[in-house]
Design a protein around this ligand. Structure first.
Ligand code: BGC
Length: 254
């Protein structure tokens, strides 16, 4: 029998967050949820699977000491490693077996997950929803709206609540942070749309907690107090690191 694994003797996993503008990478200490030093490169344009795989290979080479599993986030539906939607990324991803692509390119065991699922699980394990029971809905407000449903610490993947149809619109086209910027909305006007969005989620899911992530969450004090909900709603605390941390965590558990 081999020596039992303890947190200290385990090899360090790596998390990689593939987003529209940048691809970020760090080794992650799963005991604390702390990422180490982070490397970031621009997302290749076009962001085809092959171009992103080449970038991932180059990024991983910067972390030779982190020899554990590798988790990669993708902003789309991922089922058993295969990408099934591409709302804000190159359409060539549709149908791509991303686990196989990245594993072959890197020679490592790579596990690909939805970006909001990774960020959401990280918030539940280490961040704003740590220790919270019941149903936690984590939403990321960015180019799109990502969502993670976590019940008693267990993730139900690929919830895609950014694409609920509300008032005849794809919800993220109205309420994502990109809509606020594109339409130059005041925080008050945007909060009005967020109110409609979160009220709908509340009506459908009766969650115990909402966590709001994405870069704009650092300005949460400008819009969260404007929302009137029965459910507690709090900003994410891991911010930019949540995707990396959650990707490493999910890879380690895969
Ligand atoms: C995609 C989701 C993703 C979210 C945030 C949406 O458009 O459909 O899969 O989690 O954007 O990137």
């Amino acid at each position: 029998m081999g020596t039992p694994l303890t947190p200290d003797s385990r090899v360090t996993p790596v998390g990689i967050d593939f987003g529209g503008s940048g691809i970020k990478c760090a080794a992650v200490d799963l005991a604390s949820g702390e990422p180490g030093e982070r490397a970031r490169v621009e997302t290749p344009k076009p962001s085809t699977p092959e171009a992103v795989a080449a970038t991932v290979v180059a990024l991983l080479a910067r972390f030779p000491e982190a020899t554990g599993r590798v988790g990669v986030t993708v902003p789309g539906v991922v089922r058993h490693g295969v990408v099934h939607s591409a709302a804000n990324i190159d359409r060539a991803w549709l149908g791509t077996d991303a686990d196989a692509l990245f594993s072959e390119a890197t020679g490592r065991q790579v596990h690909v997950v939805n970006d909001a699922d990774a960020a959401g699980l990280a918030e539940v394990e280490y961040g704003a929803a740590r220790g919270r029971r019941g149903l936690v809905i984590v939403t990321t407000l960015g180019t799109g709206i990502g969502s993670a449903l976590v019940h008693d610490g267990v993730l139900v993947p690929n919830s895609e609540l950014g694409h609920l149809e509300i008032d005849g619109h794809d919800a993220e086209s109205r309420a994502a942070n990109s809509a606020r910027k594109a339409e130059d909305l005041s925080m008050k006007a945007w909060a009005h749309r967020l109110q409609r969005y979160y009220s709908t989620l509340e009506m459908l899911f009766s969650p115990d907690l909402f966590v709001v992530g994405g870069g704009i969450s650092k300005r949460a004090d400008e819009f969260l107090p404007l929302l009137k909900l029965d459910t507690e709603i709090v900003p994410a605390t891991l911010r930019n690191e949540a995707g990396i941390v959650g990707a490493a965590l999910l890879a380690d558990r895969s």
